[in-house]
Ligand binder design. Structure first.
Ligand code: NAD
Length: 325
């Protein structure tokens, strides 16, 4: 991986710090990150901002979107500063933008400014981070996300599709069909909807081109008893990624997937039943530990960057060796 970090962390040491050494790598570029309010998506947002990108933080959880954009305004020198004339956060006027309730709209900066809609931006001499509440399972909401991104920043160079859910644990013989459909919808159909909208924009803009990374899973390359819906959805993401990569190979658009192993994120902590349980899960992996989100974000950022200019249609494990066993 060509990124240089502030300090070397050996494979058995986890690294939770920022993505060092990528300053300027995404300067002048615009990125959209779904699932950007938490875990791997949020770590990716931080990495891309550290690289100089203007970033759209897209998530169904309005509070998480808001907190992430607020954090960027506080921590990133490129985003800090007065918000003169730029839109700021405003409280949703109804409960429609809470994490439990899907939304059908995405909210561009002009609407966010004082309108009470569930979006907003952090700015420094111009908005460089935009928060958009989106439901990635809804084609209208996804298309509105892309429109909001282009209205705010003019184009999309990088898209990372990280929104996802773990699904309820049950052997297939006992699995509920609604739960099966929910997981396929949130983890696979959503990626189709996002990639479709992203590719349309990347083909239409001048000059055309871009880099898309879909977040699959090590479970996309092996069976997982009790999580057949999750495994099937993540296998599907890899097939989708390879097919779109070939469709776009002469258009300047690269499309890749990462396959994270076990990563300490709110999703996994919830699924495992606590932080200690997550730590224990890591002991059985070849590296003897779980990953931190930033370790997946670094691989994603590399795939999005020009340093991966000859990489497309790839499904790259970032799994501490899990798929090597
Ligand atoms: N944590 C792991 O061990 C692990 C391993 C392999 C793959 N992954 C994948 O990484 C991705 C990110 O997961 P994470 O672990 O960071 O989880 P996370 O729960 O921390 O983040 C997922 C985000 O997706 C958002 N989201 C869920 N449904 C959405 C929807 N319909 N529309 C928009 N946003 C929605 C959530 O609000 C959340 O902010 C997922 O695709 C997951 O399957 C995670």
């Amino acid at each position: 991986m060509p990124f240089e970090h502030g300090g070397f962390a050996g494979p058995t040491e986890s690294r939770s710090g920022g993505s060092g050494g990528i300053a300027g790598r995404f300067e002048g570029q615009v990125a959209v990150v779904t699932g950007g309010g938490s875990g791997i998506g949020q770590a990716t947002v931080r990495a891309l901002v550290a690289g100089g990108a203007a970033v759209v933080v897209a998530d169904i959880d309005a509070g998480a979107v808001r907190a992430t954009v607020d954090e960027l305004a506080e921590t990133s020198p490129t985003l800090a500063g007065p918000t003169t004339g730029a839109p700021g956060w405003s409280e949703p006027t109804t409960g429609a933008f809470g994490s439990s309730e899907p939304t059908t709209g995405a909210f561009g900066p002009s609407e966010a400014a004082g309108s009470g809609a569930g979006g907003g931006a952090a700015a420094g001499g111009g908005a460089r981070a935009l928060g958009v509440v989106v439901d990635v399972t809804d084609p209208v909401s996804v298309d509105e996300l892309i429109v909001a991104a282009v209205e705010a920043f003019g184009r999309i160079d990088v898209a990372v599709n990280a929104a996802g859910v773990s699904g309820a644990y049950a052997n297939t013989a006992d699995q509920d069909v609604d739960e099966w459909r929910r997981v396929i919808d949130v983890n696979l159909t959503s990626v189709f909807l996002c990639v479709r909208a992203e590719v349309r924009q990347m083909l239409a803009q001048g000059p055309p081109g871009g880099a898309i990374v879909n977040v699959s899973s090590a479970a996309g390359s092996m069976g997982v008893p009790g999580l057949s819906h999750y495994s099937a959805s993540k296998h599907g993401v890899i097939g989708l990624t390879k097919s779109v990569a070939l469709e776009c190979s002469r258009s300047g658009i690269r499309v890749n997937a990462v396959l994270p192993g076990t990563v300490r994120t709110p999703m996994l902590v919830r699924f495992a039943g606590g932080d200690e349980a997550v730590t224990k899960m890591g002991r059985g992996t070849p590296l003897g530990r779980v990953a931190e989100s930033v370790e997946i974000a670094d691989a994603i950022a590399w795939l999005c960057s020009d340093h991966a200019s000859y990489v497309t249609g790839a499904a790259i494990p970032v799994d501490g060796g899990a798929l090597a066993t």
